[in-house]
Design a protein around this ligand. Structure first.
Ligand code: HEM
Ligand SMILES: N[C@@H](CC(=O)c1ccccc1NC=O)C(=O)O
Length: 277
């Protein structure tokens, strides 16, 4: 009979009494201790893990956007592009994750929906931070975070900074020589499509060779928004599939509210110029 494999014979370090191990480094005990169920329903664990993993990926999205924004400010485009590509990939990852949640039927969900009370993704401060950092800024969305001063402050700080799109538009202006009306760039409101901005982006798309950095930046932004839109679409479709047209636990009209959010344009001029080329 062959001997069972002993990894220590292969040199694997087997004792971690004194050294940092996998679980120590990743704080696995703390991470796995957070699954406090609010019902006896089998599917509640799926629901919690789906959201927690989404929030972890959102954390990384925020980290990448913040760094990309700083790099763009310093005219350091190449590493910023790498980060923006990563953000689009993360959204793709989140999009695939819906396939797991979709295995939960309406019957399964009703076994624990009541236990959720009024909690809802509507109150995800990281999701709102992502929107704010990209440029979709509605200060009215901050109110649900008043009970958590730390989250509220993070959102307020974000509104005081230029968004990723603002920074991209600064670069667009600097490299094309087209000066934009500063009134068009409010920090605390969603970006509204501006004809001069569209003219400048159009110049870029009509002459990519001259404006290659801007051209690549524009396509990175469009890619990011494309994946983000797919996330919103997957969300609303899953919601309709699971709760139909019931009101949301957060108090909104539910599917109707989410359908309205499908109309959001993060980088409107980049979409509008396409029909004119
Ligand atoms: C069966 C699964 C799900 C259902 C039935 C559902 C339902 C809803 C509903 C009805 C809303 C509107 C707000 C409200 O009144 O509650 C909402 C918002 C939201 N949900 Fe979900 N959701 C589900 C899964 C998820 C997952 C997996 C995430 C990932 C983090 C998520 C994140 C969000 C976010 C961020 C919002 C706010 C969207 C915005 O304001 O634009 N939801 N959800
Ligand atoms: N808004 C959902 C509940 C829900 O999906 C949810 C509840 C708590 C934490 C996150 C959630 N996900 C998305 O809204 C509903 O109306 O059923």
């Amino acid at each position: 009979m062959t001997q069972a494999y002993d990894p220590s014979q292969d040199g694997a370090k087997m004792s971690y009494a004194k050294d940092m191990s996998y679980g120590d480094y990743l704080h696995m005990d703390q991470l796995l201790a957070t699954h406090e169920l609010h019902s006896d329903a089998h599917d509640e664990l799926l629901f919690i893990i789906q959201h927690q993993t989404s929030e972890l990926w959102m954390r990384l999205v925020l980290h990448e956007i913040a760094a990309a924004r700083e790099l763009l400010k310093g005219d350091d485009f190449r590493p910023a592009f790498k980060m923006l590509t990563r953000v689009a990939r993360i959204f793709d990852q989140l999009n695939s994750a819906w396939d797991v949640l979709r295995t939960m039927t309406p019957s399964d969900y009703t076994t624990f929906r009541e236990a959720l009370g009024n909690s809802s993704g509507f109150q995800s401060h990281q999701y709102r931070l992502i929107e704010f950092s990209l440029g979709n800024r509605n200060p009215a969305m901050m109110k649900v975070h008043e009970h958590r001063p730390e989250s509220h402050l993070m959102l307020a700080d974000e509104l005081a900074r230029k968004s990723l799109y603002h920074v991209a538009l600064d670069a667009l202006s600097a490299k094309t020589g087209i000066v934009f009306d500063p009134q068009a760039f409010r920090l605390d409101a969603p970006h509204v499509s501006d004809p001069e901005v569209q003219r400048a982006w159009t110049m870029v798309y009509e002459d990519p060779k001259t404006y290659w950095d801007l051209y690549e930046l524009a396509e990175k932004l469009v890619d990011l928004e494309d994946y983000f839109r797919r996330w919103r679409f997957n969300h609303v479709t899953t919601v309709e599939r699971v709760i139909g047209f019931k009101r949301g636990t957060g108090g909104t009209s539910g599917v109707q509210y989410l359908r309205r959010m499908l109309e959001v344009e993060l980088f409107p001029e980049l979409w509008h110029l396409r029909g004119d080329l």
